[in-house]
Design a protein around this ligand. Structure first.
Ligand code: NAP
Ligand code: ZN
Ligand code: ZN
Length: 347
């Protein structure tokens, strides 16, 4: 067992504070990773504040982890001490169901084991990346290129794969009209991937101040969602809308922006149920689908794609003790475009 320093939420209404706990010694198939950087995802806030009704406290959030391997178990094949490694949103799954066998571990029939706010098969609670080290089975550990800045790589482990996977799934290709709704951590990665796949990309944002950034990120157009005339002009326009918004909003407004056979992909999680009427779906044979992160194989594919195309997240690096302020800024949509914790500040 080794003592690990961390920050944890002790309850849904308390700020995150320092917390020490023990990680297991690496087993035969495990790698032990010294965490260098961990991204701050809006899902960390939803769960630390008990918004999904599934929170286990104390909670050490963090599922956008990059670090360096410090120990490997006797049967580890793909990692050696000193290698860079990444860990995303889950650290285990049943490994036997159809989804696990197909590389869709995030949809495991019995449920994936979350990197935090989860329970290992032996009953131990999982603690995430707001901590100095982690021990994970190598099958659930990703290889990380040394070509890219590690601070910008960390958010790829959730924000990256969550946007890459559904854009691939719906087959976005050159010339498709793709809209990204919400310019935050997920949204800015969605713009980069959709542009890399050759789409004509429109940023749909509620923040006028983000126009210049949207263009810098590669979006071809920017539309302010509060501007009625602009929104009217975009009716029946898009092939795909990737909806990353974390707050309550009206899905129907955006469904109406899809052209015939268009698809709205929901990845953002508003806190309460959202109404949809049949007509916006029926009238243009539109679809609405959801998508959850991505499997290990596809996450590796995405990381390799990013290394090849020089794609990283735009980040603001913070110290661990800034985390509660960072949460408040995320809630005000004041993040450009991912906070990443430098874990050296916790050692
Ligand atoms: P984020 O950085 O906070 O970005 C969310 C964006 O939504 C904001 O930047 C803002 O963009 C927009 N927004 C926020 N409040 C709004 C409001 N009241 N009305 C309209 N737009 C608003 O969050 P994130 O980390 O990208 O995560 C986004 C959501 O995806 C969260 O709910 C998170 O839990 C979820 N998520 C899902 C998955 C999955 O697998 N499906 C994975 C990770 C995260 P503008 O300023 O441009 O409007
Ligand atoms: Zn996340
Ligand atoms: Zn499974």
């Amino acid at each position: 067992m080794s003592i690990t320093k961390a920050y944890a939420a002790q309850g849904a209404t308390t700020p995150l504070t320092p917390f020490n706990f023990e990680r297991r010694e690496p087993g035969a198939h495990d790698v032990q990773i010294e965490i260098l950087y961990c991204g701050v995802c809006h899902s960390d806030i939803h769960q630390a504040r008990g918004e999904w009704g599934n929170s286990i406290f104390p909670m050490v959030p963090g599922h956008e982890i990059v670090g360096r391997v410090t120990k490997v178990g006797a049967h580890v094949k793909n990692f050696a001490v000193g290698d860079l490694a990444g860990v995303g949103c889950f650290v285990d799954s049943c490994r036997e169901c159809h989804n696990c066998k197909e590389g869709l571990e995030q949809y495991c029939d019995t449920g994936m084991v979350g990197t935090y706010n989860g329970v290992e098969k032996d009953g131990t609670p999982t603690y995430g990346g707001y901590s100095t080290q982690i021990v994970v089975d190598e099958k659930y550990t990703l290889r990380v290129s040394d070509k890219l800045p590690l601070t910008g790589v960390a958010p790829l482990l959730c924000a990256g794969i969550t946007t890459y996977s559904p854009l691939k799934h719906v087959g976005v290709k050159k010339g498709d009209r793709v809209a990204v709704l919400g310019l935050g951590g997920l949204g800015h990665m969605a713009v980069k991937f959709a542009v890399a796949f050759g789409a004509e990309v429109t940023m749909l944002s509620s923040s006028p101040s983000k126009k210049a950034d949207a263009e810098r990120l590669g979006a071809h157009h920017f539309a302010l969602t509060s501007d009625e005339a602009t929104m009217k002009g975009l009716q029946n326009h898009f092939d795909v809308i990737l909806n990353t918004v974390s707050a309550q909003h009206d899905y129907i407004t955006y469904l109406n922006l899809l052209r015939t056979n268009g698809t709205m992909i929901v990845v953002g999680v508003p806190p309460a149920p959202v109404q949809i009427h049949a007509f916006p779906l029926i009238m243009q044979r539109r679809s609405i689908i959801g998508s959850l992160i991505g499997g290990i194989k596809e996450t590796q594919e995405m990381l390799d794609f990013c290394a090849e195309h020089n794609i990283v997240s735009d980040v603001e690096v913070i110290k661990m003790d800034y985390i509660n302020e960072a949460y408040e800024r995320i809630l005000k949509s004041d993040v450009r475009y991912r906070f990443v914790i430098d874990l050296a500040s916790l050692k």
